[in-house]
Design a binder for this molecule. Structure first.
Ligand code: PLP
Length: 394
């Protein structure tokens, strides 16, 4: 019999993944072109040409043993040096390869850092709405997820509630900006105030509270919107980055952690993260793709494709009467469901072959997430369905 822990996980398996499977089922019945699957954040824009070139160059030039072998659990030193230089160049920081640990995507990085930091019953604060997988990642290490209720005015974090929820057991705070599911970028003002609160609370309780900045969408910011680099605002910041969305490589599982020298106990954290990478069974991040991304650190996916989708969907849905705020980043639109029961509304949408994820999955009932990383045509063809849906329930 499977463990009690996993029995629970199987029972509450991801709504998003279930939707994805439902999309495939509907596509078989109605034809893929007649199913509007907005469930999964799977990039729809090709990886930049540099990625293909880098793969070819690497496999043609290097001997296979050196491409595919084991290396230090933190990753290749030259790759980490290149990443540190690239971050320093962009944000005026002063990292070296020592501050970088290569990870198996952002998900791998979050698991490594929670394994590194959490004792049972340690509290991790998160701002709703949030990426639902955080629940499992924190639970994996017997941590306790503490949810700050959504601020539905502009989806910036509710800082008064945040402050009230910090306790001597608070070990970490997850920040995800640009945000999944809202597309909101946390403003510099928010980050400054949040950092001040944390400094104050660290002093009050004599504890260390780490910000874990989960940044898979950093590069997906529209109209040159600024995404503050958090290590510059708060010393105890650890950044989790991923190339899944920025280079459209989610299946390749490649990312990194930044553990700055300014963070308290940084040497221990770096040593522990290295070991956590090994003993969680990742051993190291994929070797070929470490080499690939090192050659693509300045490459970008075509943001304009997502931007066109954003404009079309936001403008049309607003015109039909849906309430949503315009996302500044990522590729999600978070929309108030015209009826209170978001799960019911998403079921109604499914009847029109529109697959969207209820806000409940992100701890924000009464909303739905539309992942617009799909073909422009898919959005266009889905629009009459969205209009009919709101007209029917009004
Ligand atoms: N964090 C957030 C907020 C995400 O949206 C995702 C994926 O969608 C992840 C982490 C996991 O990313 P990765 O594929 O790099 O593990």
């Amino acid at each position: 019999m499977i463990s009690t822990n996993m029995q629970e996980q199987v029972k509450n398996s991801s709504i998003i993944r279930a939707m994805f499977e439902e999309g495939k089922r509907l596509a078989k019945i109605y034809g893929a072109e007649n199913v509007y699957d907005f469930s999964l954040g799977n990039p729809s824009v090709e990886p930049p040409e540099e990625v293909r070139k880098a793969i070819i160059e690497i496999v043609n030039q290097e001997n296979a043993i050196s491409i595919h072998g084991y290396m230090n659990n933190s990753g290749y030193e030259d790759v980490r040096t290149a990443i540190a230089a690239s971050i320093n160049n962009k944000f005026g920081t002063d990292f070296t390869h020592n501050n970088i640990v290569m990870t198996v995507g952002a998900a791998g990085g979050l698991n490594v850092i929670f394994k590194t930091l959490l004792n049972p019953q340690d509290e991790v604060i998160v701002f709703a709405p949030f990426f639902g997988e955080y629940r499992s990642y924190v639970k994996n290490y017997e941590g306790k997820l503490i949810v700050v209720a959504p601020n539905i005015v502009d989806f910036q974090p509710n800082l008064a509630e945040f402050k009230a929820k910090i306790t001597p057991k608070t070990k970490a705070v997850i920040i995800n900006s640009p945000n999944n599911p809202t597309g909101v970028i946390y403003s510099e003002e928010t980050i400054t105030k949040l950092s001040e609160i944390l400094r104050e609370k660290q002093k009050e309780f004599g504890t260390e509270i780490y910000i874990i900045s989960d940044e898979p969408y950093r590069e997906l910011a529209y109209e040159q919107a600024e995404v503050p680099y958090l290590t510059k605002y708060y010393d105890n910041t650890i950044v989790g980055y991923s190339f899944s969305k920025s280079l459209s490589l989610p299946g390749e599982r490649i990312g990194y952690l930044v553990i700055p020298d300014q963070a308290t106990d940084h040497e221990d954290i770096i040593a522990a993260a290295n070991i956590a990478t090994r003993i969680l069974g990742f051993v190291n991040a994929p070797s070929l793709f470490q080499r690939v991304i090192a050659k693509c650190l300045d490459a970008k996916v075509d943001l304009e494709t997502y931007n066109r989708n954003r404009e079309l969907l936001y403008n049309e849905l607003s015109t039909y009467g849906y309430g949503c705020i315009k996302p500044e980043g990522a590729f999600y639109l978070f929309v108030k469901t015209p009826i209170e029961d978001d799960i019911e509304f998403c079921n109604l949408a499914k009847k029109k072959n529109i697959l969207v994820v209820p806000g409940t999955a992100f701890s924000c009932p009464g909303y739905m997430r539309i992942a617009y990383c799909v073909a422009y045509e898919t959005i266009k063809k889905s629009l009459p369905g969205f209009k009919a849906l709101i007209d029917e329930v009004k």
